[in-house]
Structure formats: C-alpha cells, structure tokens
Design a protein around this ligand. Sequence first.
Ligand code: ADP
Length: 201
Amino acid sequence: MLKIGLTGGIASGKTTVSDHFARLGVPVIDTDQISRELVEPGKPALAEIQKQLGARFLSADGSLNRRLLREHIFADDAAKTTLESILHPAIQKEVERQLPRIKNEPYAILVVPLLVENNLGYMSDRILLVDAPESLQLQRVRQRDGSTEKQAKKILAAQASREARRNAADDIILNTGALQDLHRQVEKLHKQYLSLKARSD
Ligand code: ADP
C-alpha cells in the first residue's frame, strides 16, 4: 500500500487537510494520536519512560506529565534520544498493526507532525507538506489555542524551518487561501495518488 506521510508545522492545516482526505474515503493514521495512546497509564511505553527517564515524569494519578517531559527533552538532548528510542519503534509497530486492516485501500495518509524534525521519512513512501507562511501559522495558532504571540513564536522557533520542510517534501499544499481552495488542492492530490497507485500495480 502507498503511504503518504502528511506533515507541516503547528497550525499549518494538517488536521484540516487529513479530515478532508478522510471525507474522500482515504484511511488516515495519526501518529500523534498513537503516541498519546502509547503513554496512557498502564501502557508498557509509560513504564519504560519511568524506568529510563525517572518517576518524576509521572503525575500522582499515574498519568504522564507531558509538560514536564516536554520541557526536560527540550533542554536535554540525551533524554530526547532516549524518549525517541522508546516511542518511535512503538509508533512504527502500531502503524504496522493498523495497516493490514486497510490493505485493500489504494493508499493511506500517515500524519507525522514532526516528520522533518525527527527524520521520520522512512515511515512513508511520499511526503506531503501542508505549507503556510509563519505569519499565518502564528495567527492561526493564536486563534485556535488562545496562545500569546510570545508562546506561539516559541513553538514555531523550536520546529523545523519552512525551507527545511519544503526541501523534504514530494508534494506541497499551500494553505494560504480559503478552505474551499484547500479542499480543491486535496481533491487534486487524491486523484494523483490514485493514479500513482494504479500505475505502480
Ligand atoms: P494543524 O493540524 O496543522 O495544527 P489545523 O488543521 O488545526 O492545523 O489548522 C489550524 C487552525 O487554522 C484551525 O483552527 C483551522 O480551522 C484553521 N484553518 C486551517 N486552514 C484554514 C483555512 N484555509 N482557512 C481558514 N482557517 C483555516
């Protein structure tokens, strides 16, 4: 099966795009959602985080203190590598577990927000970028999450640059227009992916 890795910076429009692919009947696997489920209380990956990084990342109720962990790996590269060595193989395994269920579909969308930052291109056959200028990302993230300009800028600064993402991409959706325009671009790519799949069979 053809796997399209969908990526883009915060508030670029990934969810809006993947929702439209889903509406067209394309299966969508969201690695962000998988990674959240992997660290739920009682799951092996959470026990591994506790063992390798410390019990202080668990809250009193046994759930992961995501904010504390995020701040820690932001400041400590070794801890980031350790966390990735726990999560990435587990995410990959879960994706492979889900794929057989949709094996008769021509292609699937695999949402990988940090594909460029974490060199996760190997997870997909083709990289689709949802691209937007930073000014628009800032505006959307502030509107959606109620972030301050300072918070929004900090998140953007920690992510890959627009140029790095564009260099990694095979296909680009430029999300600067109206939703209708975004949907049209998704529909055009849908046709392209279907014919790409048909040609490779
Ligand atoms: P991501 O999943 O990449 O973080 P979202 O798809 O959640 O981004 O989009 C960020 C915000 O911007 C959401 O509130 C979404 O509704 C809005 N948005 C995205 N694209 C458009 C667009 N073309 N026109 C208007 N609003 C948009």
